[in-house]
Design a binder for this molecule. Structure first.
Ligand code: DON
Length: 316
């Protein structure tokens, strides 16, 4: 049976937080975006938002971090809201089994990225949002949507991180140019990349991220029966993609160990979803070999184990 008692959940969260704070093996902070290389790896946060809106948070849950690829979830929701199922003409829905920044499948598959969460797919999603807006407007829409989901206007883009990636994102530039040649993206690659880098540079706390993830835990609404953010069908589709593709070539392992939809970012954040139970944000900057937070992955496994939350359990 799954745990729902808030007091017991608080004990579990505190126990996990204590264990993760004491860990000495913390993974390696991403350094291919120079601004992220300076982040202190000795940080850890875990935050849950329950169906009644109660928050259980511990550790550095009020410290902002760069959400990076977690932003791909929000951009996907915006793009689906705008162009609907036509989005799937330019991006697939299959796990790639390759690293997040890989180019290798793109040529074989005629410029159509495997899924919206690898970098190529996310760049194609951002281009779809740009079909009817200029970069500033598109970014404003993504940011406004995140603020609405979190119920918090104090969420912003970190300009130093965006600038840092703009100056070093050669691999993403290669992906964008390659897809422009195939016609997968239609706007100029520079415009698409500028928008994508800024979207990835959204900074928020674990507490804010857990709030922003509620719509996925509650069938598209901010709470059970509350304000609707997206259609229930769309929330389920996004959860399915998070489960199968949210951790790149570590997605199978995450599904096996944690059993919940999740989306990671190289800033060390993971947004996970226990449908009907909680929206969960976990953060620790050190990454494992496939670019997902080392300690956040372990912490979410502990959380799933202790709560019984799993999309595969009869009574989850
Ligand atoms: O495009 C990039 O490489 C980064 N802005 C985002 C990559 C990322 O977060 C991958 N996640 N684990």
């Amino acid at each position: 049976m799954s745990v729902t008692d808030p007091e017991r959940l608080r004990e579990i969260v505190e126990e996990i937080c204590d264990a993760m704070t004491a860990e000495t093996e913390r993974g390696r902070v991403a350094d291919y975006i120079p601004q992220l290389a300076d982040v202190d790896p000795d940080q850890f946060a875990l935050a849950l938002v329950l169906p009644d809106g109660a928050v259980i948070a511990d550790g550095d849950a009020d410290t902002r971090f760069s959400i990076q690829s977690v932003s791909k979830v929000f951009a996907l929701a915006v793009a689906l809201g705008r162009v609907g199922d036509a989005l799937w003409n330019r991006v697939g829905r299959e796990p790639s089994g390759d690293p997040f920044n890989s180019i290798v499948q793109l040529e074989h598959e005629r410029g159509i990225p495997r899924n919206p969460f690898i970098n190529a797919g996310a760049i194609a999603v951002t281009d779809a949002i740009l079909a009817r807006s200029e970069p500033r407007e598109a970014l404003g829409q993504i940011l406004q949507f995140v603020r609405f989901l979190a119920g918090d206007d104090d969420i912003a883009i970190d300009p130093a991180v965006a600038k840092s990636e703009t100056a070093s994102g050669w691999r993403n530039a290669a992906l964008a140019n390659f897809m422009r040649d195939f016609g997968t993206i239609q706007r100029h690659p520079d415009k698409v990349l500028g928008t994508y880098f800024h979207q990835c540079a959204i900074a928020m706390t674990a507490r804010q991220l857990a709030h922003a993830g509620r719509f996925l835990a509650f069938d598209g609404s901010l709470s059970p029966g509350g304000s609707r953010a997206i259609a229930p069908r769309m929330a389920r589709q996004i959860n399915a993609l998070m489960l199968t593709c949210g951790h790149y070539d570590g997605s199978g392992e995450f599904a096996f160990r944690v059993g919940l939809p999740g989306k990671s970012g190289v800033g060390g954040g993971i947004l996970a979803v226990a449908p009907g139970r909680a929206a969960i944000a976990c953060w620790s900057p050190g990454l494992n070999a496939v670019g997902n937070s080392h300690l956040a992955s372990i912490a979410l496994e502990m959380l799933a184990d202790r709560t019984g939350w799993s999309v595969f359990a009869a009574n989850s």
